[in-house]
Design a protein around this ligand. Structure first.
Ligand code: WT7
Length: 662
């Protein structure tokens, strides 16, 4: 069992929902949980029926041939009809869907009627370019409203989008385009980030040097960044989309029609294209969004600070909120531009009532100081959310007290790109909270913590987090790689979905997430694979060998620490360290740049040649190492070797451990 899994109980305060919150909450009793427990299939069928419009009802709720699931078999619906048209038809066309705030300070309010027209025009544009049902469209944009429009336009005509986060490199973008064989890429000339322009189109141009499937590149003008347009391939958004008809009838799609592919890092260097389909996914996100965020569409202003390049943006900026006719804030830029109070200025300006962000952001705000939130009126906030990694109790309490004024519940939501929707979370009008615990499984979701033998560990107890029943928004596979799907998620514990996280039950049966147990790092709540960073490092001509571990970081949760063995004719230097960091950034994206690089002449390995990451983690976590992250420090190297020697006899145990973590 991993050393990440240990049980420790600390004294903690409990927070019961206030009577005022519970009185007007959508969920304030156990009936949803009871219905989910009694019969999860009928529970989900009820949610699908109550929350969505179906053109054709399903003939069977679930067809489960492990690990392959089909939900709402033969059912037909259109995602965008559910997210937009029906709200306009019911008289809410003038309600704002998105208050968009550009980083430089420009703003737009997009109503549901406007969104319908924009999405229809963009869908017609895609059709004009020959995009058909089942085709893949890559989207590589900043956080502008057109990003959501592009996603929804794909959904309207049954094309699958593959959104690639705008911070990824041209190599990463090219790999994702080629893996999915995308026909079209939609991008911006540039994106605003911390007052500067990120030249997105230049990155796309480089990616497109070797992407045989791409026929056209649609470019939205956002920054007036000068661009070369490639004749015959590149088209300006305003030349193509603006002249289209604002009518594009929403065609009914099969419930299992591919809605999107989203790439996530696994334990190997190659990212996995996670597939999500139409009916089950929309049911899952619509249902969880409503109950977790207690959304009252006529009153709430909801803001999720994620980027649409991650699953959080897909499920809880676009599909979940729109399916519930919410009014959301969409923000383009960073929290520290022009100053470190930008988020709080936005909360005040729009009267945000529900805020959903990540622990890494919360810890950054703690570091910046209370004067920034303190300068703004945050009393509109009534509910806060957290996602991406475990939230430490100290950050939880700060979030609750400083941002929430001591009165807001916090929903700590555990889920993954693969799960599509939240699997573990409090329901804010019902659940008594314990800071740091994601509490309990969502209604209709089967969660358990099991030991090495795949059996429930008992309460209290620690082990591996698994999902025990199929769920509607579950991934339908890994694009082009069914074996990897089976192997990664379904083979560790037969019959159970293995999430890759360690978890424990406390004495009261509350679930506490303990981080990843495999070789996936969680940096600012985002999955990065050690193998991917290692292969980027050894791609550099000076590097012979590299090992990468995630080490504890007070702000980002984990930080990437690299151990690098240079080729004989290369010497460690500050300059080379910098070069390697840039190299990794160029190959994968800035988020994957190691925070520290330690040059060493050897890496500790087991007899069978596996790198002993646990040992390196100990070395990297060792605070006494301080800043010796650059040059070969013989002391550090000796220490690595010392530890290596002292655990040499544990080789076999370590082998087992690494096997277990696959
Ligand atoms: C991994 C999934 C889900 C959207 C963002 C990340 C970790 C996520 C929590 C939480 C503890 C969490 C897990 C999970 N994680 N939320 N509330 N508490 N850990 O999506 O990139 O697919 O990463 O994020 O380790 O496996 P992702």
């Amino acid at each position: 069992m991993s050393d990440a899994i240990e049980t420790h109980q600390t004294e903690i305060r409990h927070f019961a929902p206030s009577p005022e919150f519970a009185a007007r909450a959508i969920v304030s009793d156990s009936s949803l949980h009871d219905a989910g427990d009694a019969d999860f299939e009928s529970f989900w069928a009820g949610q699908a029926r109550d929350l969505l419009h179906w053109d054709t009802e399903w003939s069977k709720v679930l067809d489960w041939d492990p690990p392959n699931a089909k939900w709402f078999v033969d059912g037909k619906l259109n995602v965008t009809y559910n997210c937009i048209d029906r709200h306009v038809e019911s008289g809410h066309g003038s309600q704002v869907a998105f208050f968009w705030e550009g980083e430089p300070g420009d703003e737009r309010a997009i109503t549901y009627s406007q969104l319908l027209e924009d999405v229809s025009r963009c869908a017609n544009a895609l059709k004009e370019l020959g995009v058909e049902r089942g085709d893949r469209v890559a989207i590589y944009m900043g956080m502008v409203p057109e990003l959501t429009v592009a996603m929804l336009a794909c959904a309207r005509i049954g094309a699958a989008h593959s959104v690639v986060f705008g911070g990824f490199s041209s190599d990463s973008l090219r790999g994702r385009i080629n893996d999915a064989e995308a026909k079209i890429v939609i991008t911006c000339d540039g994106a605003w980030r911390r007052g500067a322009v990120v030249a997105l189109k230049d990155i796309v141009d480089e990616a497109l040097l070797d992407t045989p499937s791409i026929e056209k590149c649609i470019v939205l003008k956002r920054t007036d960044h000068g661009n070369e347009m490639t004749e015959g391939r590149d088209i300006w958004w305003h030349d193509l989309v603006d002249r289209q008809s604002a009518e594009c009838p929403p065609e009914p799609m099969d419930a299992e029609q591919l809605l999107f592919i989203l790439y996530t890092s696994g334990t190997t260097a190659k990212p996995k294209g996670i597939m999500h389909t139409t009916g089950g996914y929309l049911t899952g996100v619509a249902s969880t969004f409503r109950s977790i965020f207690d959304i009252h569409p006529d009153e709430d202003v909801y803001w999720c600070t994620a980027d649409c390049g991650w699953v959080t943006g897909h499920s809880y900026i676009v599909y979940g909120p729109l399916a519930n006719r919410s009014t959301s804030v969409l923000y383009e830029g960073t929290p520290d531009h022009p100053d470190k109070d930008r988020f709080w200025a936005i909360v005040e300006k729009y009267g945000v009532t529900i805020l959903y962000t990540a622990p890494t952001a919360i810890r950054t705000f703690m570091k910046w100081g209370v004067e920034y939130p303190g300068a703004h009126d945050l009393t509109s906030l009534r509910l806060l959310g957290s996602v991406g990694e475990p939230i430490n109790p100290e950050a939880w309490i700060w979030y609750h007290d400083v941002i929430g004024g001591g009165k807001t519940p916090i929903v700590d939501t555990w889920w993954q790109t693969e799960t599509g929707a939240v699997m573990i979370s409090p329901l804010p009008g019902l659940t008594t909270l314990k800071p740091g615990s994601a509490t309990f499984a969502m209604p209709g979701i089967g969660v358990d913590v099991v030991g090495d033998d795949g059996r429930h560990v008992g309460i209290p107890g620690g082990g591996y987090l698994v999902l025990t029943k199929p769920w509607p928004s579950m991934l339908r596979g890994v694009w082009g790689d069914p074996e990897r799907f089976q192997e990664t998620y379904w083979s560790r514990f037969p019959g159970l979905y293995f999430a890759g996280d360690g978890a424990r039950y406390d004495d009261d049966g509350y679930i506490w997430l303990l981080g990843r147990v495999d070789d996936v790092m969680l940096v600012s709540g985002h999955n990065i694979s050690t193998a991917e960073v290692e292969s980027a490092l050894v791609d550099h001509h000076a590097v012979a060998e590299a090992a990468v571990v995630g080490v504890h970081d007070p702000t980002t949760g984990q930080a990437i620490s690299a151990f690098v063995v240079l080729k004989n004719d290369h010497e460690p230097s500050k300059a080379l360290e910098k070069e390697l960091r840039i190299h990794v950034g160029n190959l994968i994206g800035a988020i994957a740049r190691p925070k520290s690089i330690l040059f060493t002449d050897d890496l500790p390995k087991t007899r069978s040649g596996k790198i002993m990451r646990r040992l390196l983690r100990n070395v990297a976590d060792d605070e006494t190492l301080g800043d010796t992250t650059t040059l070969a420090d013989p002391g550090v190297v000796a220490r690595i070797k010392d530890r290596f020697l002292s655990v040499d006899s544990e080789d076999d145990e370590v082998d087992d451990l690494e096997e277990n973590q696959k």
